[in-house]
Design a protein around this ligand. Structure first.
Ligand code: ATP
Length: 469
């Protein structure tokens, strides 16, 4: 396939309804001439987003925000721990924690762990953004309560997808590695057992549909023997049809004194309602997400007449200032594909994030960009939602963010270019305006944030140079 069929291939991508969409770059994200076939999946998929975050993240997201704790019994003393020793964990478990390189509990763990490990066991609903240590916390709770000598399931963990279940499974294996007698079963579709068989693994992790079958119809698990029930990624869970009901049905089969733990990265009303149904008498822990601001960002807009002029303006900016790394947002996959192709022709090292790539391939692209192997990341909004690439100093809105109704999407605008206090390095954002409509969007964004977006003349090199200072 010739390179000039780049745009054509993107058109075909858009046209293809389901599987096998064509792409013109290597799985690592570097533009190449050869075509590859990727399986598609829903672009708005929260589960994919969550998996992506997990695959990319190697470190704890340490926030400076305070934890909000609501105790079931407000008169009981509130414990928080500053070290793992204080938790009096089994020695093998403490060894496992240290072997993972954890020196001290994360913010959410400081409060959640004493509650989760208390006697008698207490129920907990916990919300904090992705990467703050929730998984590690509930894995620790499961591993503390499990009795390895008893060869039947005692801990049950529900995950929204097979891939997410596997990720949690990996954490259980790592943290439990000094417990050789412990084992783990995956209750996921495709994992077929013989009828009448009983599971001897002490921990079962799986998706709601299969776990429900294993507990009821197939009776592989005796739900009455479960001591700890974890519902992970509740917000992702309820976004999937049927998962909510299945989870509730599983929960109803568990004994009264089973410890119920629910975790979620976000806490909209629907999650809260669901949480209250599945977790009776809970303690509640919430950790606010750090607010992003536009205070340290210089914002500009460029007036153009069409796509080609926008591209030219972009080239002028690149010609005038040194840009270490930039992220460029487009509205559609088609534009993103076209732009990546054009920039590549100009000699830029471009990575393209596109909705039809498999989640692991997206993670690989972002990883390479993070490492600085590519200098420009072109993406659609759906793809980049929730991904923080902190080192990026320049953000270009090749298309302004709008919602489904064509109104300004202020939240997305803020998320694309805003910074949290801690990463408050100065940044530069350039918005491309190519119609009356987009000018109107820009004005409304400006009003919403009450922050001026300056006009930039990209034909004037001196003027562009000034914005870099
Ligand atoms: N106490 C700790 N010290 C150092 N690193 C930690 C600690 N707890 C967790 N981590 C690491 O931080 C990263 C994020 O932790 P974890 O996956 O538990 O967060 P999470 O809140 O469950 O995120 P998600 O919602 O994406 O699942 C992981 O790489 C994990 O190994």
């Amino acid at each position: 396939m010739a390179t000039d069929s780049w745009a054509l291939a993107v058109d075909e991508q858009e046209a293809a309804a389901e599987h096998v969409l064509m792409n013109l770059f290597h799985p690592t994200g570097v533009l190449k001439n050869n075509a590859l076939f990727f399986t598609s999946f829903p672009t708005e998929d929260r589960a994919a987003q969550s998996l992506l975050n997990k695959l990319i993240r190697s470190n704890l997201v340490d926030t400076t925000n305070q934890v909000e704790v609501l105790q079931r019994d407000p008169t009981s003393p509130l414990y928080s721990v500053k070290s793992f020793e204080e938790l009096r964990l089994k020695p093998q478990l403490l060894q496992g924690v240290y072997a993972m390189g954890f020196n001290r509990p994360s913010k959410i763990q400081e409060n959640a762990l004493p509650m989760m490990l208390a006697e008698p066991p207490q129920n907990l609903i916990a919300q904090s953004q992705s990467g703050t240590g929730k998984t590690a916390a509930f894995v620790l709770a499961m591993l503390s309560r499990v009795e390895p000598g008893n060869k039947y399931p005692q801990c049950l963990c529900l995950s929204p997808t097979y891939e997410l279940a596997l990720q949690t499974g990996k954490v259980i294996e790592q943290m439990g590695k000094f417990h050789p007698e412990l084992s783990l079963a995956y209750a996921v579709r495709g994992n077929k057992l013989e009828r009448g068989q009983k599971i001897s693994e002490q921990i079962v992790i799986g998706t709601p549909g299969t776990v429900l079958d294993w507990c009821s119809k197939l009776k592989f698990i005796d739900p009455k023997k479960i001591k700890v029930f974890v519902l992970d990624e509740a917000d992702v869970m309820i976004a999937t049809q049927g998962h909510q009901d299945q989870s509730i049905r599983i929960q109803r089969m568990l004994p009264r004194d089973c410890q119920m733990l629910l975790f979620s990265a976000t806490f909209e009303d629907s999650v809260w309602k669901f949480a209250q149904k599945v977790v009776p008498d809970p303690n509640i822990i919430k950790l606010k997400r750090e607010e992003e601001t536009l205070d340290t960002i210089k914002q500009y807009y460029v007036l153009c007449n069409n796509r080609d002029e926008k591209f030219q303006a972009l080239c002028n900016i690149y010609g005038a200032i040194t840009i270490a790394q930039a992220m460029i947002f487009c509205h559609t996959r088609k534009t993103a594909g076209w732009l990546a192709g054009e920039l590549s022709k100009e000699g830029h090292q471009v990575a393209l994030l596109s909705g039809e790539m498999m989640v692991e391939q997206r993670a690989a692209v972002i990883e390479r960009f993070r490492e600085g192997k590519e200098k420009v990341l072109v993406t659609t909004n759906v793809c980049a939602r929730g991904i923080d690439v902190e080192q990026v100093s320049v953000v270009i809105n090749f298309d302004l963010p709008v919602d489904k109704d064509g109104n300004p999407d202020n939240e997305t605008y803020l998320h694309r270019i805003g910074r949290t206090g801690r990463f408050g390095k100065r940044g530069l954002a350039v918005n491309m305006v190519d119609s009356k409509h987009s000018m109107n969007i820009l004005n409304r964004i400006q009003e919403h944030f009450n922050k001026k977006i300056e006009k930039l003349d990209t034909d004037d090199l001196d003027e562009i140079e000034k914005i870099a200072n």
